[in-house]
Structures are given as structure tokens and as C-alpha cells.
Design a binder for this molecule. Structure first.
Ligand code: FES
Length: 144
């Protein structure tokens, strides 16, 4: 039997935050978590947002908007920007790049990168999700 929480309707809207487009998706269940301090469920975002991603390729810089629940590599592909790749699972360096603006990504499945590489802001774009506006230089090779 489904719980009432799992049947909660979803409200979706878009708006402008400080001059940048953002998308917010909330459900009544998530609002209850935020307002009443209920424990969030694993993997649940209270709100989604979209960030400006700039990727530098051999063709120059390319900008696009990327929701924080979409991999940078796949969103780049939708914008006809090819970032290379092979496995698309975080197991090679085929789609790698380096963050150059201090931006942040979430990449828990980037198993090919060691802690030192992550500390030096290397990213595997196929399993990287933006957490801020970010600039990624894909013209460099990951030092191994
Ligand atoms: S394509 Fe292999 S790590 Fe991204």
C-alpha cells in the first residue's frame, strides 16, 4: 500500500534569482521537511536549481544551463557540445576537465579520480552535477 507521502503532488515553477534562471521543484512532502524539520530522505533535494556551465574545448568556450540533477556531459551533448568520453560511468579519463573558476560539482561516482586529483579540481563530466556556476577546461589532460 502506497503511503500518503509518496502520493504527494509535485509543484514545479521557474523564476529568476539574482539575474540567473533557476528551476525549483518542490512537493508537499518536501515542503513539510523544510518547514517542520522532518528528516529528509536519502537522495532527495528540497529544491533543484540550474547553473551556468562553461566548458572550454579545443573550439573555445561554450556556455549552457545545467540542472543540478543532470550530468554536465549529457547536458553538453543536448547543446551539441562534445566533451569526449568512453565509459560514461566515471571509470576512465575520456571526459575529464579541470574547474578553473572555483565552482563546485557533485561527483560521487568519479571513481577514477583519486583524492589528490579531486583536490586539484579535476572533474569527470559524465558523472559530475553542478552545484554552482562552473567553468571547466576540457583541453587539459589529467596527470596520472
Ligand atoms: S567517459 Fe569515462 S569517466 Fe567519463
Amino acid at each position: 500500500m502506497a503511503s500518503i507521502a509518496s502520493l504527494a503532488p509535485v509543484i514545479s515553477t521557474s523564476f529568476i534569482v539574482f539575474g540567473q534562471p533557476a528551476t525549483v521543484v518542490c512537493s508537499f512532502r518536501k515542503v513539510g521537511q523544510a518547514w517542520f524539520g522532518l528528516k529528509p530522505q536519502r537522495g532527495v533535494h528540497l529544491c533543484k536549481s540550474t547553473h551556468k556551465v562553461t566548458v572550454i574545448t579545443s573550439d573555445g568556450p561554450h556556455e549552457f544551463q545545467c540542472p543540478d540533477d543532470k550530468a554536465i556531459h549529457s547536458e553538453a551533448g543536448k547543446n551539441k557540445i562534445f566533451l569526449g568520453g568512453g565509459c560514461l560511468k566515471g571509470n576512465c579519463y575520456g571526459c575529464a576537465g579541470q574547474i578553473t573558476n572555483g565552482g563546485e560539482v557533485h561527483q560521487p561516482k568519479a571513481v577514477k579520480l583519486n583524492d589528490e586529483q579531486k583536490d586539484k579540481h579535476w572533474v569527470l563530466t559524465c558523472v559530475a552535477y553542478p552545484r554552482s556556476d562552473v567553468v571547466i577546461d576540457t583541453t587539459k589532460q589529467v596527470p596520472v
